[in-house]
Design a protein around this ligand. Structure first.
Ligand SMILES: Cc1cc2nc3c(=O)[nH]c(=O)nc-3n(C[C@H](O)[C@H](O)[C@H](O)COP(=O)(O)OP(=O)(O)OC[C@H]3O[C@@H](n4cnc5c(N)ncnc54)[C@H](O)[C@@H]3O)c2cc1C
Length: 322
């Protein structure tokens, strides 16, 4: 074995013989303090890994440069909690998407998210792929990401606080903060997280009250490798026959996860009708910036099919909120 073999009271490290060209150390902290300790002291570059369903392929296929240290976040307790906190739902970043799809809390308060998580890949992948990894990979059509955007999520981030020459000090200085979900994204595959310094702890979602509901749908080729051709999530609040408030997310449009704010403005405060849906679809088409993806669909095709997907998703959310 060429890799370093280390152990400390804070983390376990072991070298893996098969993947020596991609990483040298594999750390599995159990607490956020231990994770911050690793960020402060482990050999760099250091990168978090959860289910590995995106990252391992990227490393093996050369889309990610080799790293010295992989930091496995799946045993950190705070990242594996799923619970109600006051009037919010907290979903830990390292929770596999199959658990999100089945847990009664998101089923009740975040239908769009459970539907998205239930459609990701197949059962084997869903058992290990995490919601945090889906988001941190920063793709504008990731299913969990599009649902969280429509659900007005906030992300909790923990960061190694300001650099200091005293490692003991750095080890204890993780600072947590909540940020609006959309602030996580800079471009396709590019999150705003600081490399080797920040982790997503989890996501906060407002709890649903009566007459609020959401829905997620997507269009995907049966033989599709990973991401859908198009996906859409709608959250809305209904007051009798009127849309009191609404949020619409569509992926992929542009380089970051996209909110169809013009369609939202068209629908807000109005009664749902065929004519209104047509106007909202026009507003959505005017704002979307579909791109051509080599393996999935052309921009023209996406432009052509988005109306039906949007209408279906909107009507389902409307009926659920009734
Ligand atoms: C066969 C197959 C089918 C798929 N189908 C779909 C699909 O239908 N829809 C879809 O949306 N995706 C799909 N995916 C993509 C993938 O499964 C998801 O994006 C998955 O949720 C990523 O989570 P992970 O835990 O595996 O992340 P990893 O691969 O472990 O990590 C991904 C990225 O996130 C970072 N990261 C992970 N956790 C954290 C954290 N807590 N804080 C900060 N950074 C973190 C890593 O450093 C890395 O950059 C598919 C993948 C495969 C292999």
């Amino acid at each position: 074995m060429r890799g370093q073999e280390k152990s400390s009271q804070h983390f376990v490290s072991f070298a893996l013989t098969k993947k020596m060209t991609h990483w040298q150390n594999y750390l599995k902290p159990k607490t956020l303090d231990e994770a911050m300790d690793a960020f402060a002291n482990a050999p760099r570059p250091i990168i978090p890994i959860a289910g590995g369903t995106d990252l391992l392929l990227d490393l093996e296929q050369g889309r990610h440069s080799p790293v010295q240290t992989l930091l496995d976040v799946t045993s950190i307790r705070e990242l594996t909690l799923l619970e109600q906190r006051g009037d919010e739902l907290f979903i830990g970043a390292a929770i596999p998407v199959n658990r999100v799809a089945l847990d009664p809390l998101p089923v009740r308060h975040a239908e769009a998210l459970t539907e998205a998580c239930d459609l990701i890949a197949g059962p084997q992948v869903r058992n290990v792929a995490t919601l945090g990894g889906n988001v941190a990979h920063a793709l504008p059509a990731a299913d969990g990401t599009i649902a969280l955007l429509a659900l007005d999520a906030q992300a909790e981030i923990i960061a190694l606080s300001g650099a200091t020459s005293d490692n003991e000090e750095r080890r204890r200085s993780g600072v947590a903060r909540k940020i609006p979900f959309k602030d996580l994204f800079l471009g396709p595959g590019k999150s705003s997280l600081k490399h080797g310094e920040e982790l997503i702890v989890g996501f906060y979602l407002p709890l649903s009250t009566s007459h609020q509901a959401s829905c997620f749908k997507r269009i995907m080729r049966p033989q599709g490798v990973a991401l859908p051709i198009l996906n859409c999530a709608v959250w809305l609040e209904r007051e009798n026959n009127t849309i009191k408030d609404i949020r619409i997310a569509v992926g992929p449009s542009g380089g970051t996860p996209f909110r169809a704010t013009q369609a939202e403005d068209t629908l807000r405060g109005k009664s749902l009708s065929i004519k209104l849906i047509e106007s909202a679809t026009e507003a959505l088409l005017a704002q979307t910036q579909f791109r051509t993806s080599a393996r999935r669909a052309s921009a023209d095709y996406r432009q052509h099919i988005v109306s039906g997907l949007f209408e279906d998703t909107l009507e389902s959310a409307w009926e659920r909120a009734g």
